[in-house]
Design a protein around this ligand. Sequence first.
Ligand code: SF4
Length: 499
Amino acid sequence: MAQALSHLRRPGLSKSRISAFEQCPRRLWQQVHARERSDVDASTQMSFAAGHAVGDLACSQIADGIMVEAEPDLQAALTRTAELVAIADRPIFEATFEHEGVLVRVDILVPERSAAGVAWHIYEVKSSGSAKSYHIGDLATQYWVIANCGVTIASASIRHIDTSFVLATPDDYNGIFSDAPLMDQISGIAATRDAMIEDIQEMLAGEEPVCTTGTHCSSPFACEFSSHCSSLEPAGPEWPIGELPNTGARLAEKWSAESVFEIADLPEDAGLNPLHTRIKHAVRTGEVYLDSDGVRQATAGWAFPRIWLDFETIGFAIPRWVGTSPYGQVPFQFSAHVEQADGELIHVEALDLSGRDPREPIASALAKLPREGAVIAWNAGFERRCLRMLAEAVPCHREALFSLAERTVDLLPVAKAHYYHRDQRGSFSIKAVLPTLLPDLAYGDLAIADGGDAQLAYVEATDPGCSGERRAELAAGLVAYCERDTLAMVEIYRELSGR
Ligand code: SF4
């Protein structure tokens, strides 16, 4: 097997570029012709870093593997791969192959010798908790390139994180991966690659293709050219049917066939459910729907002292603390506003940025909350799960934490049943509801303004390289954000109930 880079008068392709083409030809055209794109945000950078860490861990679990470096250049990587494949005496990491201008680097390639000769097992490492449908295309591209380089393939699998893994011993990650064998599914797709590559090269040689925006712009990946494409399209409906909660996308598709795009234009006999009917009325008239009597009745049983509670959590692909699992959410912060019957509020909080397992200090602080009264959260299933998880993890506070979980009630369905402002745009997240009731209390003045920011702040603050000054700044931002969440609940409730 001798490999040399094809003459790249045509744009070079990779499996990620082919994947971009499969999502949308225009996306690949934009990538190749370097039009303006959104910056890679911190959250995307964090997932790239997590992906690299998972890849490194997968390689570290394979004995005697050898890495093919991409330096000094890819031609050197191709040559080195050809040498290692010819010897076939050990696993290869980042083996590099090229066919018809498509370059692939294979995460793990493992040889198997038999009387019939050498065949290779391909493992593509993913940080996800399962093999996704878009991984199959990636694997098919690798198979197509490698097979066309004259290498015999025995199997091809996605090696992904097994989310049922629990870290039992520090740094012992044996068992964290699971393999999804996909050879049966990729050979048919690989057979289409020759024709697809021709189509791609033809498309790239031409003018920018016209593709209208739609659901494909965010799935399987958020497209980095959404601003560019949206700017070229006529303005959409002011209050699109797709904003209706739960079934909005399906309804939008159904009614677009009748050329109905606006919520207000849905006919009387459209068969809308009560919530959608209320939203339609709000959109059409601009009136706010508020049933304060209904709010008071629904919450009459919420005993004082009321504990308005919110957690911030972190989950890692590779769990850091014994007893935790991949992507298992671990609370590192909570805020609680404790409200007496006369309206007096006391704020209680805990934040752990030590980088050590935060469950014990957070559980200890929670256990000091009042032993009676309703615990109120927004979308309370999450807070209940956090409390139960902490109760199991920190047995000395088990009783207090289970009691908090059992007393937890949910403000979200109360708001959903008794309030709507059209500026919520179909959403009942606290961040959609708050500005419609209390614009001065919205999150615009905060350095950390959502849960994603909070997770990024946690990762940065617990990095050993973070300075004390920066850690203090992040801590202040986290405290302000989490406190705002619980204060917002209190004030939203007061507005809704007319108290
Ligand atoms: S925003 Fe949508 S239509 Fe535009 S390039 Fe991306 S995926 Fe294609």
